[in-house]
Structure formats: C-alpha cells, structure tokens
Design a protein around this ligand. Structure first.
Ligand code: P6P
Length: 333
C-alpha cells in the first residue's frame, strides 16, 4: 500500500525534494529536476510496455546494437524516451546508453550546466518482451568533472562515485527503486494518477535466504569454484533456485526476499556478460545501500576501474552472507 504522511501520498518528486532539503540543503534543485526527467521517461516506457501486443512494439527492429544483440522495437523507444527527456535538462552534460556506441555530450560543463553524467540500460532483458516477462530500465548518475579533457575520461569512473542509481521493473506493476546514498526507496506507478507513489522506504535486505539465481545451462563452463558453490547449495537441501533471465526482475526479488544472483564468467563470456557501468554498478550501489553486497568474484564491484563504457563484469550480488558463501568457494583454493 502507498505510504501516507499527514494523510497524503508521497510522490517520488516529493521524496527527492525532501531528501535534497535534508541531505543537501541549499542545493539548486537541478539534481531533483534531473531525476524527474528519468521518472518521466520511465512512465512513457511503462505505457509502451503495458501496451506491447496491442500496438506494434513487439519484435525485433531488424538491427543489432553495439553489444551485437538484436535490437527490439521497444529498446529503441525506451532509448529515445530517455535521451529526449534528459536532453531537456541543462544539468545533464553527458549521456551514455547500452544502445549507443559512444557517450554523447549534451552540454559543456560549467558552474551552471552539464554537471551530471547519466548512463542507462534503457530496456534490460528486452528479449523477454514478446513472452510477457518483466523487463527493466536501469540508470546511474555521476558528477561530470569539469577539469577532465575527454568525454571518455569523464565517463569512466568507478561505481563508488555514483551520486544516484535506480531501476524500474515493468512487471505486474511498474516499480521504481532508487538510492542517492541515503537508503533505498521503492515507488509504485499509479497509472490513474500517472505518479510514482512511495510504497517502501529504507529497504533493508534480509540477513540471508536460501535462494540462488543463476543460469545453470552454462554450469559446465563456469570456473570450478562456482560449480563447487552450486553443488554445496544443492547439498544443503534447503536452497531453491529462481531465474527469470531479466536482471532487474531477478535482482528486485533478491532485494526484497534475500538470496544471491550470480552471473559467473563463462566460456562464451570470459569477462562475464553483464555491463559494469549501467547494470552492475547501479544495482551494486542499491544492494550496498540496502545492507547487501556486490562482487565481481575478486573485489567489490563499486571499486572496479572501468576501461570502456561497455565493459562487462562477472557479478555476485545479494545479501552479505549469501555473497560470502559464494566468495568462500572462490577464495578457498
Ligand atoms: P542469459 C538480459 O539479456 C540480460 O542482459 C540480463 O537482463 C539478464 O540477467 C541476462 O542477460 C540473462 O543472460 O545468458 O542467462 O540469457
């Protein structure tokens, strides 16, 4: 149920402004204005996702993206919605998208403009659209350092530098989860109001849960430590396995119910499949803010220094205890 304060629902705009007043008094409000562009774009995306099958947004666009993946029609709609909305925000200096080869400079940075970088996966898991499985939008916000020469250098920051991160999971309802470093908060889109209403505040992951989420079809190409972890979990006799194949949906379940999601290195993807900058980093920021953990198998995801905007990474993310159970097998030679 939506949370009320003084008998009033709390919209995400109100929540963001309240947080800005509390944690960044005297701020210009441009950050709140930036986040409102993202929430607006996700409402547009949600309306298309909800109507998939009724309007011509199913299926493939007939092209492949920089990842070599077949582009779905909704991928492009989502990408354009985010780029258009962010293009109207003076505070956004650079955007980078999973769907685009290179980051794009929208504003040169000075004391009044272009002070933020926004990166996003506009529609993660989009291959699931045609079978009505939940998909998601993932976004992250960094400061745009004025003293740096090149766009690429500005963008390539470790995840610990994020000032905000969030995702929307387009499932039975559109749910937005975000953090600005002061807890994790969840909003549900009320299509009648056209507003995201606060439904969970300061979410904390459970201490532990006997759930793991992994595509075991690649089991035989996982490094042996991951195979030993999975064998151990099965031998425990209390673990259950849940895997949707849509990162945002798989992670959202872990945020609320606990457990661990793992996408190890595989023969096909020796560096892992998931993208560091706009998939692993944002959900790692959220996981840590909710008391969880996120590792690439050897270090905290948020400390990884990126080489390119489309870097991939292995990912182990969930409750501290569940993640440590996996790392125990990796660290034990
Ligand atoms: P696999 C979707 O394509 C995605 O990028 C993530 O959303 C998801 O977690 C992963 O790939 C699924 O990959 O190899 O299990 O199909």
């Amino acid at each position: 149920m939506p949370i009320k304060r003084n008998g009033q629902f709390i919209t995400i705009q109100q929540h963001i402004v309240e947080a800005q007043r509390k944690y960044r008094p005297g701020s210009s409000g441009e950050f709140s204005w930036l986040l409102s562009a993202i929430t607006l774009a996700t409402k547009i995306i949600a309306s298309h996702v909800r109507r998939a099958g009724l309007v011509d947004v199913w299926g493939e666009q007939g092209t492949t993206n920089v990842q070599g993946e077949t582009v779905q029609k909704l991928d492009l709609l989502a990408n354009e919605a985010l780029k258009n909305a962010l293009g109207y925000r003076d505070s956004v200096g650079i955007i980078a998208s999973e769907e685009d080869n290179e980051p794009r400079v929208l504003q040169e940075v000075d004391e009044a403009h272009g002070r933020y970088i926004v990166m996003f996966d506009p529609l993660d898991g989009s291959s699931n659209i045609d079978v009505n499985v939940s998909v998601g939008t993932i976004f992250t916000v960094f400061r745009n350092p004025p003293e740096v020469a090149s766009t690429e250098e500005s963008v390539l920051q470790p995840g610990a530098e994020q000032v905000a991160a969030g995702y929307v999971v387009y499932g039975s309802s559109a749910i937005l989860v975000y953090t600005t470093g002061h807890g994790v908060h969840m909003f549900t889109l009320d299509p009648d109001y056209g507003a995201y209403l606060l439904t969970r505040e300061n979410i904390r992951m459970p201490e532990h849960a006997p759930h793991y989420s992994c595509n075991e079809a690649y089991y035989h190409t996982f490094p042996s430590a991951y195979q030993r972890y999975l064998a151990w979990a099965k031998s425990e006799g209390e673990f259950s396995s849940r895997y949707i194949g849509s990162l945002v949906a798989d992670f959202h379940r872990i945020l609320l119910k606990g457990g661990v999601f793992l996408y190890p290195p595989t023969e096909k993807q020796p560096d892992g499949k998931l993208r560091l900058m706009y998939e692993a980093n944002p959900i790692a920021f959220i996981a840590e803010q909710a008391g969880g953990a996120a590792s690439d198998g050897s270090r905290r995801v948020l400390t990884v220094e990126p080489n390119t905007v489309h870097d991939r990474t292995p990912l182990i993310i969930g409750t501290q205890r569940n993640v440590n159970e996996v790392l125990h097998f990796i660290q034990k030679r």
